[in-house]
Design a protein around this ligand. Structure first.
Ligand code: SF4
Length: 334
């Protein structure tokens, strides 16, 4: 039976973690074999750090004309992709915020260049939907046209970043220029109906309540009921260092509880992904709390500059998973 918001609140607030874990793990094993967890090696390439979104939780961006602002050339992006392939990776997430100088033509040539050079050897996760909305507006075209032109250039995926916490109160506090919940969901709906694969994400640890988290999950589940367009749901945690927002790092138990609740609530999403990037060994442990998939990122500047320590030794990360009693199984991009 589907979990309603009242029951989800009760479980989040009162159910012993071990009991929640048992329930979530049983559901997780309906989607993926017990004793195994899937993973992919990837990197996030931030092709520019020039951004006018001013997110209060971000330590990465530079305002226009800042001397440390940059835009990567295609050649610099190729070096990163070559390195990814050499390490056994197969997914590059290309993200860059709200750069007012880059118009749709820049994105078309960039995605076309990467697709032409690598074909299907590397899958590309493109800009988040909030970035697509920004690109469309600054290029004076519709979001529909921006999506179509990027798709024609070889892009197939719009990942779920930019959602953070899907309540308007938190969006105003974290990223007031990153559009409302409705605009976010309408944008994802449009991407899904335009033939893109999409993922859903949630970021926790800002000080949000369980009501806020459950509202976010409800938006994701409702859109998924309508479209079936989310391939997976990734839960990761805010990193507070060097940010205007500040705050403290999320405790593992809070993360594990949220993973378990996400597995139980999102009964229409097949893959729950844990974050070893932000929770390290706690992320590996989450593979026993309802998640069954994880990324091994070789690069994520946005998260690193806010204090995450990326473990670049792939065997070390796989060791965390084996220590949790699970056999890691490499998967193809999806
Ligand atoms: S999180 Fe992304 S959109 Fe927000 S300020 Fe940083 S680079 Fe810009």
């Amino acid at each position: 039976m589907r979990l309603n918001d009242t029951d989800a609140m009760g479980m989040a607030a009162r159910m012993p973690l071990e009991e929640l874990r048992g329930m979530a793990h049983r559901v997780r094993c309906q989607y993926y074999p017990d004793g195994q967890a899937s993973y992919i090696i990837m990197r996030i390439v931030s092709y520019t750090n020039v951004c006018v979104a001013d997110c209060s939780y971000c330590a990465f961006y530079r305002r226009p004309k800042h001397p440390e602002g940059y835009v990567l050339s295609n050649e610099q992006i190729f070096v990163k992709c070559d390195d990814l392939l050499a390490c056994g990776g197969s997914l590059v997430a290309m993200e860059g915020g709200f750069n007012p100088y880059l118009k749709i033509e820049h994105y078309e040539q960039m995605f076309r260049a990467v697709r032409d050079r690598y074909g299907d050897r590397i899958e590309i996760y493109g800009p988040t939907i909030v970035e697509v909305i920004f690109i469309a507006r600054s290029s004076r075209i519709s979001v529909d046209e921006a999506l179509r032109r990027m798709k024609d250039a070889g892009l197939r995926w719009i990942p779920g970043g930019g959602a953070e916490i899907l309540t308007d109160a938190w969006r105003r506090r974290l990223s007031p220029k990153k559009y409302t919940v409705k605009e976010y969901l309408d944008g994802m709906h449009l991407a899904q109906s335009s033939g893109y694969g999409t993922t859903a994400t949630m970021v926790i640890g800002f000080g949000e309540t369980w009501e806020d988290r459950i509202e976010h999950l409800r938006h994701v589940r409702t859109l998924q009921d309508e479209t079936g367009g989310f391939a997976s749901f990734l839960l990761w945690s805010y990193q507070p260092d060097h940010t205007a927002l500040g705050g403290a790092r999320l405790a593992d138990d809070d993360y594990l509880r949220a993973i378990a609740l996400s597995r139980l609530y999102l009964d229409n999403i097949p893959i729950i992904r844990a974050s070893v990037l932000t929770q390290r060994e706690g992320g590996a442990k989450a593979l026993l709390y309802g998640a069954h998939d994880f990324d091994i990122p070789l690069e994520d500047q946005v998260t690193e500059l806010a204090g995450a320590r990326i473990e670049r030794n792939i065997e070390t990360v796989l060791g965390w998973v084996r220590n949790a009693g699970l056999e890691p199984v490499k998967r193809a991009p999806l």
